[in-house]
Design a protein around this ligand. Structure first.
Ligand SMILES: O=c1ccn([C@@H]2O[C@H](COP(=O)(O)O)[C@@H](O)[C@H]2O)c(=O)[nH]1
Length: 224
């Protein structure tokens, strides 16, 4: 089994990110580079981390009109990410154009409902359905648009998996038992997410902010 853990390198310093990546590379399957890192270091930064030798997940959460998102996908093509995110709420046409622009060898997955949101947050946005129904609805839209899968929390992944059998499901908001939750609201353990159908486990602070990141990554890997 390939290691499903992707370490989120959410840090603005490229040297620190590279040191962290080198340290933990034996215990993770790849690295996730998001807005904090990409806004600071762009293409150069992605190439630096790619040199460590593991797959790169570019978590840019693209969300704009179809033409703009397709252009952004083409602009990151040369970086050869193994997976890129767009927001499902950008709509079907946007997701279709993103997938077409991504080309072969790059999975495109849609963020459904951020793991930092709760049912209460949905209501504040005027959405009256449950979190699970909202995630299932957006997953169906992403499936229809031809995407490879979605990003959701471990609370919904089982239901999504039973609705979309061959989908690829990325699950962040993961916390080993007893670790600090921080700003995440819908959390489960890495093992629970994997058992429920997650294909990729995105983990940041429980590893990157641990006193001993190598031991933290090793311990999580051992639970899977
Ligand atoms: O719904 C989402 C989508 C993406 N993320 C990203 O995952 C990591 C989680 O980091 P932790 O430190 O383990 O909380 C982070 O990079 C987010 O941008 C998410 O958390 N939820």
């Amino acid at each position: 089994m390939t290691n499903p853990i992707f370490l989120a390198l959410d840090m603005p310093q490229i040297d620190a990110a590279k040191v962290m990546a080198e340290k933990v590379k034996a215990h993770v399957g790849g690295f996730k580079l998001g807005l904090e890192f990409f806004c600071a270091h762009g293409h150069h930064g992605v190439r630096e981390i790619a040199q460590v030798g593991l797959p790169i997940f570019l978590d840019l959460k693209l969300h704009d009109i179809p033409n703009t998102v397709a252009g952004a996908m083409q602009s990151i093509h040369t970086l050869e990410p193994s997976i890129v995110t767009v927001h499902a709420s950008g709509g079907r046409a946007m997701m279709e154009d993103a997938k077409a622009a991504a080309g072969d060898g790059c999975k495109v997955v849609a963020v459904t409902m951020l793991t930092s949101l709760s049912e209460r947050d949905l209501k504040r946005m005027g959405l009256t359905s449950s979190v699970e129904d909202q995630v299932l609805r957006l997953a169906e839209l992403a499936h229809t648009a031809g995407l490879d899968g979605i990003v959701c929390s471990g609370h919904e992944v089982k239901a999504v998996h039973s609705q979309w059998k061959d989908g690829f499901f990325v699950v962040p908001g993961l916390r080993p038992a007893g670790s600090a939750v921080g700003d995440q609201k819908r959390v489960v353990t890495p093992r629970q997410a994997r058992d429920d159908g997650a294909g990729m486990l995105v983990i940041g602070r429980p590893i990157s902010r641990a006193d001993d990141p190598v031991e933290a990554a090793r311990a999580i890997e051992a639970t899977l």
